[in-house]
Ligand binder design. Structure first.
Ligand code: ZN
Length: 670
């Protein structure tokens, strides 16, 4: 039996042969590809020729081609169209692939060759891109601990293992606390709740074998409950349970887990030669230093706090009118804020939706890319992995640029959320490869399919990521497209969302499904105003969390994270009626893995840039200014990770971003 995953792909545009791939093909293909990769790496490490850029760094890039291709298909399908079999393969191969990658980073002979190329780099006459790639490969090995010897190497391995265990434990404790808490609700507690919350608490009651409705700590239930429940003491009880997750004592308490994680991270950073974990973590980011992060967060903090305090006074007035005395509390905010929103910014989703047809919004995203970058889109009739997925060929001046796949509808086999990934990324080495990019969303089906405004924003967001891949123009796939710093990668996507708000775009594409009329200006204004509602609250709860995260990872780790958290909030003058969006015992972003540790700020960092970057278009003459579009492509969308992000941004904008545009965008400017 030939395994189609391991053959040369002869479908149009070298797409994977989806119609021939069966689940049974994955495990043997991954096994074979891992073995091939390991043999290639070992041969490379054992090469008797003196190390050169060509035989070592480029050599390394030639290894693992089959593995990349096979995993590219597997991960995309496992996320967008999972089956029990695919989940089983995922469970089986996650630890195997982690060990595989650890073995490569731990290959002493290989690292020694990389180190020699690095030390002799001046002699090779490298291009700037080659120089960059060499630095990145060398740094990745160093950061993985490849240069450590003896006891240090052994300790590093121990730390990594313990951190993995603790991260899982943190997540499981949190899950247990969320799952175990429940509160039976009397029937009259349902008054004032919207239908979907009533349905959810009734369903939870049935599921848990209770007589009546039951409140749980699922985010999709507890947050709307706090928004709509008029019974203040019930709100307080629910709110207290919600913020106590991970802090309930006993087996599932996360406070000691967090302290141990922070101590081990610090030890790991020191072993690698960094002052503290924040310095280690931020080295590869655009922000680079803790001071830069703090500077940004503090610039936003004061205006956000001022707005939150103004809003608190308005909400407290409403509470007084309800006959409640005493100060506004954290369990009151969402309730009175929701009442205010309904009065001042009421948006009727049912009236809005017919203007946002999925197919018209796809056309809008394409049309903007055409006006900005001259890209054309032609629907393709090719076999894909699911009947709902659609493909387009992307061309420019008649030349093939990429294949774009849109997989927009929700289904049970799809993971929740929305994302952009690629079956293949753009590169010119070791062969010329055009990208095959996919956007996956979870929109409701319909005839025609209609979107909420958030959905339409998501569509533009993911398409912005897709353009970063489609317009990529580099030699090595290691730095292709979205292979950039975490605090830079959301710039193209968040920036693209701004074109959805351009009135002439909505005028042309937001047309009513039945009447064909464009969206009325008044509705558009309401949509835009609603988008910045309650930004004082949202910014305060976010920035407080980001500052606690940063402080935890600077200098010596706190022996008592809860005391440290209290100290940070006290110094900030945290408004009394707002708490951190994620307090330490349930701060999953920071403690279940390393993705956002001392990196929670990065959402806002990207937002600062997208607001500032779009302002560049407005200053230059409008959303479709051709000179700015050209700069955006030349310096940001085509360059991937070929240079430091601050260098790329400065070339595009002529300076580093300031926070003014963000404050304006969030409605927080003075
Ligand atoms: Zn994104």
């Amino acid at each position: 039996m030939t395994n189609p995953l391991l053959t040369t792909w002869e479908a149009p545009f070298a797409l994977p042969p989806f119609e021939r791939i069966e689940d049974a093909h994955f495990a043997p293909a991954i096994e074979a590809a891992m073995a091939e990769d390991m043999a290639e790496v070992e041969a490379l490490a054992a090469n008797p020729a003196p190390p050169s850029f060509e035989n070592t760094i480029e050599g390394l890039m030639r290894t693992g081609q089959t593995l990349d291709r096979v995993l590219g298909v597997f991960y995309n399908l496992a996320g967008a169209d999972s089956t029990p079999q695919r989940e089983e393969i995922m469970r089986e191969f996650s630890p195997k692939l982690a060990a595989h990658s650890a073995a490569i980073f731990g290959n002493k002979a290989l690292f020694s060759r990389i180190e020699q190329v690095w030390l002799a780099r001046e002699a090779f006459g490298l291009t700037p891109e080659q120089d960059r790639v060499l630095m990145l490969v060398h740094r990745n090995f160093l950061r993985a601990g490849a240069a450590l010897e003896g006891d240090d190497a052994a300790r590093m391995k121990e730390i990594k293992g313990r951190l993995a265990t603790l991260g899982t434990q943190f997540a499981q404790n949190l899950l247990a606390d969320e799952r175990d808490w429940q509160r039976a609700l009397p029937e009259d507690a349902l008054d004032g709740l919207p239908g979907f919350v009533i349905d959810a608490v009734r369903a939870a009651g049935k599921e848990r074998g209770a007589d009546g409705p039951v409140l749980t700590l699922s985010r999709s239930v507890i947050v709307p409950f706090l928004q709509f429940c008029p019974n203040r003491s019930l709100r307080e009880e629910a709110w207290r349970a919600w913020v106590a997750r991970g802090e309930n004592g006993g087996e599932t308490d996360n406070r000691d887990v967090a302290a141990e994680i922070l101590a081990l991270r610090q030890e790991r950073a020191r072993l690698l030669g960094y002052d503290d974990f924040a310095s280690y973590k931020l080295e590869t980011e655009m922000a680079k230093t803790p001071d830069a992060v703090r500077g940004l967060l503090m610039a936003v903090w004061e205006p956000a706090k001022a707005r939150a305090l103004e809003d608190a006074a308005l909400l407290e007035e409403r509470m007084r009118a309800d006959g409640v005395n005493g100060p506004l509390q954290a369990w009151d905010w969402r309730y009175y804020s929701e009442a205010r929103r309904r009065e001042e910014f009421a948006l009727n989703e049912a009236e809005l939706k017919p203007y946002l047809q999925l197919d018209r919004m796809i056309e809008a995203a394409f049309a903007c890319a055409n006006r900005l970058f001259g890209l054309d889109f032609r629907a393709l009739d090719v076999p894909l992995y699911h009947k709902d997925a659609r493909a387009w060929e992307v061309t420019r001046n008649g030349q093939h640029v990429a294949v774009f796949i849109g997989d927009y509808f929700a289904r049970a086999s799809k993971r929740s959320g929305a994302w952009c990934s690629a079956f293949r990324t753009q590169r010119r080495f070791p062969d010329v490869q055009a990208p095959v990019v996919v956007n996956v969303c979870n929109f409701a089906k319909g005839d025609p399919a209609l979107l909420s405004y958030d959905d339409a924003r998501t569509l533009f967001h993911e398409f912005g990521h897709a353009l970063h891949q489609i317009l990529s123009d580099v030699t090595y796939d290691m730095i292709s497209g979205t292979s950039v710093a975490r605090d830079f990668v959301e710039l193209p996507s968040q920036l693209y969302e701004h074109w959805l708000e351009v009135p002439e775009v909505l005028q042309e594409f937001a047309t009513h499904a039945e009447t064909g009329e464009p969206m009325p200006r008044e509705m558009l204004d309401k949509v835009l105003a609603a988008a910045t509602y309650d930004m004082g609250f949202q910014t305060v709860e976010y920035v407080a969390s980001a500052l606690v995260d940063l402080t935890f990872h600077e200098g010596d780790p706190p022996a008592d994270p809860m005391a440290e958290q209290a100290k940070v909030l006290d110094a900030l003058g945290m408004p009394k009626a707002i708490v951190m969006r994620h307090a330490t015992p349930h701060f999953a972003h920071v403690f279940t893995g390393d993705g956002y540790s001392s990196g929670y700020y990065s959402y806002m960092w990207s937002e600062v840039m997208d607001a500032d970057a779009f302002e560049a278009f407005e200053e230059a003459g409008g959303a479709f200014d051709p000179a700015m579009a050209q700069k955006l492509e030349e310096f940001i969308l085509s360059t991937g990770g070929s240079e430091e992000a601050d260098v790329l941004y400065t070339r595009f904008r002529g300076r580093m971003p300031g926070v003014e545009a963000l404050l304006k965008g969030r409605g927080l400017a003075a």
